[in-house]
Unconditional design. Sequence first.
Length: 339
Amino acid sequence: MKHIRITLAITAAIIITAASCASCKSTKKTADEAMTDSAALVGPEFNADSAFNFVAMQCSFGPRTMNSKAHDRCEEWIAKQFEKYGMKVERQRADLKGYDGTTLKSCNIIARYNPDAAKRIVICSHWDSRPWADNDLDKNNWHKPVMGANDGASGVGVMLELARLLQNDSTLSLGIDFVCFDAEDWGTPEWADKASDSDSWALGAQYWATHLPEGYQPAYGILLDMVGGQNAKFYQEGISKTYAQDVVNKVWGAAHSIGYADYFPMTDGTMVNDDHVPLNEKAGIPTIDIIPYYPDCAQSTFGPTWHTVYDDMEHIDINTLKAVGQVMVQVIYTETGEQ
């Protein structure tokens, strides 16, 4: 993914966000900032080495581009891993149309922890990779596929490690739905002979958000996107703040309480078109996006490897995986099962 996005539903927030983005150093503090390092770590230790291996295993299949053998093999592996950790797994298949009319054989992988729990949250990421490295500095790479170690595999790697940690836990009354969205990264390429269409992105998430079981209403959602990059910092994304400010406060407060303030600054980022948009706008699930922002990166504010052939395992930082994973553990283990 991703592109900066503006919709009518968030017009009122544009002026505020634009002002904050005008200067990379402008910040917006919240009361949670005062909580830095004040709370004890709860829950198990997140094993970043294990998460790293999960990322590497996905990449071992090759780029998980739509309709490819690597995509099919990785789908099978992800589903079996969640099943191995005791999750109830569903594969939501659909034929979706790409920006160019290509039929995309899509499969959202849904893994449920504690499926009978009344209160549920959604933790999600996309698992496909981009077919075109259209942001690469070398034009000769623009039609080459992206490995997607960070943009795709990192979020799934964190979710799989969370599932592994939860497999034998009987203390939580909370239910968690891990959702791996497909067909996220078939959005209009920069070299296409047509204008970019925001609806060409996040196709799997759009489908999931409009095909929910009757009565399904999780308390909130957290999207993990590009959570393994080097020198990553996770600013507070604008659409997340518009639809789910309480969840933003919860996650960034948790990060500051356990010593990860450097990774989660109390600073506004941009508005990003990502999988959380249909969850908020179509499903009515307040959902945030944990996504990096590089305000000083000339190549892309999503970082130097975004949509390039260099989005590979050599550019995954185990410390970033650790920070995001441990924050997610903190959020999960400070929740209760009460609606």
